[in-house]
Design a protein. Structure first.
Length: 102
């Protein structure tokens, strides 16, 4: 029983680290870095937002709104082309990782 509790505790403590690693990997795999920069701090164009340090809930909602079409302006066109490739769990992982950046 102690072993099970210890393993569950270890998994719970390690979960945020895995999410951060997954988010970083997904950020690159889903080509976010092409426009927002490798470190999410310096975007390709000055009109693109700096994503590093963004509140995770805000970033997640923005990505979902762009994906669904709820957010649709001149700045969303490029993202609409790739957001269909990113599922909700991946969006969340990327958002959590972005928030962890300073």
């Amino acid at each position: 029983m102690k072993l099970i509790v210890s393993l569950l505790l270890a998994a719970t403590v390690s979960a945020p680290a895995f999410a951060a690693l997954d988010g970083a990997k997904l950020y690159a795999e889903k080509t976010c870095n092409a426009c927002h920069g490798a470190d999410a701090k310096k975007a390709l164009l000055p009109t693109y937002p700096k994503l590093a340090g963004q509140n995770a809930a805000y970033a997640e909602q923005q990505m979902k709104d762009i994906k669904s079409g709820a957010r649709n302006n001149g700045q969303t066109a490029a993202m609409k082309g790739v957001m269909h490739l990113v599922n909700d769990e991946e969006i969340k992982a990327i958002a959590v990782w972005l928030e962890s950046l300073k």
